[in-house]
Design a protein around this ligand. Structure first.
Ligand SMILES: [Zn+2]
Length: 382
């Protein structure tokens, strides 16, 4: 047996209506809470009004940046917060995790940030963080990193440590019912990708295999349905589980070229993360499969891709090509735009490929792709 480790949130509390347990969970973890929310905290007014602890609000209006993490930590220290609640999409949860880590360890985000910062090791526990996702996509409620954008460097980098995994993941699919169609589409494709990449990863292990396969089944039943009817609680629950399962899988088996490229694309232009993943997904699968077949037609990643195609399409005899066609059809149905819509031009492709080749997200890709292959993928994803 291959050696592996597996870490996840201390406690996962999941199911429709369970967001009502947030006040009790927070009261058990601290005495003063910093609540991170999206640009419009009114969306969760009932939930916020129910909190028992003295609370300070911190709004995260867009993609998480180093400056936002820093400002959140200042707000938390001014309030004397000893617990963090992050109620929102992946950006909000990443800021909540970053703030909780900074409260526990002191210092500035740049002290710990990989690539663009000094990359100091995070040695002390974060203060407790309760992550409450309101979109179904990133799985940030159970992952060990927070992705921050550095506008000056034009890329995204992570704060990363098992000590940053939220203390509680509170996953209530009812909170995603009001998620608009475009966000449902982009975050849903991210969730699917975050199950597929760990499933074919060179770092996969028996636990992540089970989680990723179940996540792919959930995407198959929930993704198109949640987009077609946002009020379909069953489909929303499928996608909330897909996101949660993908988060646990990726935190323990890594990701691949879709995320390696998407991180750099997101640092180059204002492309929502899920949109970047969706646009890159089919070209990456095709490039990986082509390269795997040319190097070793018996590579186990190829049978993983076949299994994934069968899980996604529900056809027990589906080929990889049939699975890729299903992905392309889904992306068209969900009206996800290409990268060119956001200003990614052919002139960016070489630079994106060079930066992505050395990114940490690339580590799980089942085969090494050359710079020219990565560049060709970016051009196809436009
Ligand atoms: Zn992702």
């Amino acid at each position: 047996m291959t050696a592996f480790e597996f870490a996840t949130a201390a406690r996962i509390v999941a199911g429709p209506g369970r967001a009502a347990e947030l006040p009790g969970l927070l009261a058990g973890l601290g005495s003063r809470v910093l609540v991170c929310t999206g640009a419009n905290p009114g969306r969760h007014a009932d939930l916020l009004a129910s909190l028992d602890l003295p609370a300070a609000m911190f709004a995260v209006p867009g993609e998480p940046t180093i400056d936002l993490a820093r400002a959140g930590a200042v707000a938390a220290r001014e309030h004397g917060a000893d617990v963090v609640a992050a109620i929102g999409g992946g950006s909000v949860i990443d800021i909540g995790k970053a703030v909780a880590m900074l409260l526990g360890n002191g210092g500035d985000p740049l002290d710990y940030l990989e690539v663009v910062g000094s990359g100091q090791k995070i040695t002390r526990p974060a203060v407790p963080c309760v992550a409450v996702p309101t979109t179904a996509g990133t799985g940030a409620e159970v992952t060990a990193n927070a992705v921050l954008t550095s506008p000056e460097h034009g890329l995204k980098a992570s704060l990363r440590s098992p000590l940053m995994i939220p203390r509680v993941a509170l996953v209530d699919p009812r909170l995603t019912l009001s998620c608009p169609p475009a966000v449902t589409a982009a975050s849903g494709l991210d969730a699917l990708t975050q199950c597929l990449e760990p499933f074919v990863s060179i770092r996969a292990n028996p636990l992540t295999d089970g989680l990723a396969a179940q996540g792919l089944r959930r995407a198959a039943s929930g993704l198109r349905a949640a987009y077609a009817d946002g009020g379909d609680l069953g489909a929303r629950a499928d996608m909330a589980m897909c996101s949660l399962l993908g988060g646990m899988a990726l935190a323990n088996a890594k990701l691949g070229a879709v995320h390696g490229l998407a991180g750099v694309v997101g640092g180059t232009a204002a492309v929502p993360h899920g949109v970047a993943c969706a646009a890159l997904l089919a070209p990456v699968v095709e490039a990986n499969v082509r390269t795997l077949r040319s190097v070793d037609p018996g590579d186990p990643a190829l049978s993983r891709y076949t299994e994934a195609a069968r899980l996604l399409t529900g056809r027990p005899t589906a080929s990889i090509e049939y699975g890729v066609a299903w992905i392309r059809e889904t992306i068209a149905l969900l009206a996800i735009p290409g990268l060119a819509t956001f200003g990614i031009g052919p002139e960016h492709a070489g630079d994106i490929a060079a930066k992505a080749a050395v990114s940490s997200s690339m580590q799980g890709n089942p085969i090494a792709l050359s710079r020219s292959e990565l560049k060709a993928i970016v051009l196809q994803a436009r």
